[in-house]
Design a protein around this ligand. Sequence first.
Ligand SMILES: NC(=O)c1ccc[n+]([C@@H]2O[C@H](COP(=O)([O-])OP(=O)(O)OC[C@H]3O[C@@H](n4cnc5c(N)ncnc54)[C@H](OP(=O)(O)O)[C@@H]3O)[C@@H](O)[C@H]2O)c1
Length: 245
Amino acid sequence: MDNPFSLSGKAILVTGASSGIGRQTCISISKMGGRVIATGRNEERLNGTLSMLAGNDHKLVRAELTDTNDMEALSGAVQGLNGIVHCAGIGKYIPSKFYKKEDLRRFNEINYEAPILLTSILLRKKKIIDNSSIIFISSIMSETGITGGGLYAGTKGALVAITRVIALELAAKKIRVNCISPALVKTPLIDHDEFRKEMETNLEKHPLGLGYPVDIANCCVFMLSDASKWITGTNLIIDGGYSAQ
Ligand SMILES: NC(=O)c1ccc[n+]([C@@H]2O[C@H](COP(=O)([O-])OP(=O)(O)OC[C@H]3O[C@@H](n4cnc5c(N)ncnc54)[C@H](OP(=O)(O)O)[C@@H]3O)[C@@H](O)[C@H]2O)c1
């Protein structure tokens, strides 16, 4: 029997592939038979990801996604994509009275503009084939508030909004476009001093405990596979029960 969750024969571009959710997504895609094009900034950690992949024929492309030239070079280095997982992103807690233009720009540049512009360039250059699946990693903060998370939440909410529009535009080509919105997942993004107290406080708010990168990667596999071929324009929340309360 055919496995509807198989990624065999599919070429998938993953941003943020050098760390956390992106790295695990590459690993999970490769285990399901997919071919990975992994991109990030840190070449050493990208090579670390490559060494963890099942099978061969995978590829690395180093790119700073806020740099237009790097983005053009990345789009030139790929072809025949069956899927994209936009994982690259940054996070920081900043109370509203301390918002600065530079912070707003920085959040927008990487969390919102980069995935949207990269998608647009790839579409324009016809690098994404029909029946593909595009995934934006948003956040539970697109739906629920947390003090200090405003600048981050704004970018993640914007992703959810534009996803619906791009999904409608690409439906004729059967290209599906969805967001995945995790609550707290144990990755380097949150596993440092600034977030440690926040993590401890938040632990009890996750009835199933904190998430692991593989919890998100498994949902990406589903969303990339033919098993999800009737799902588009959605925001799939994966939060260990965080928003059920
Ligand atoms: N962890 C969580 O609790 C959580 C919850 C909800 C949503 N998310 C979202 O999930 C995604 C992945 O997060 P994570 O926890 O896996 O974070 P992470 O471990 O810190 O990884 C972030 C990735 O983004 C890449 N990146 C950052 N800035 C970049 C830039 N300017 N150009 C190119 N790549 C850049 C990093 O590349 P280099 O390492 O090469 O610099 C790294 O691979 C993010 O969008 C985040 O907002 C995370």
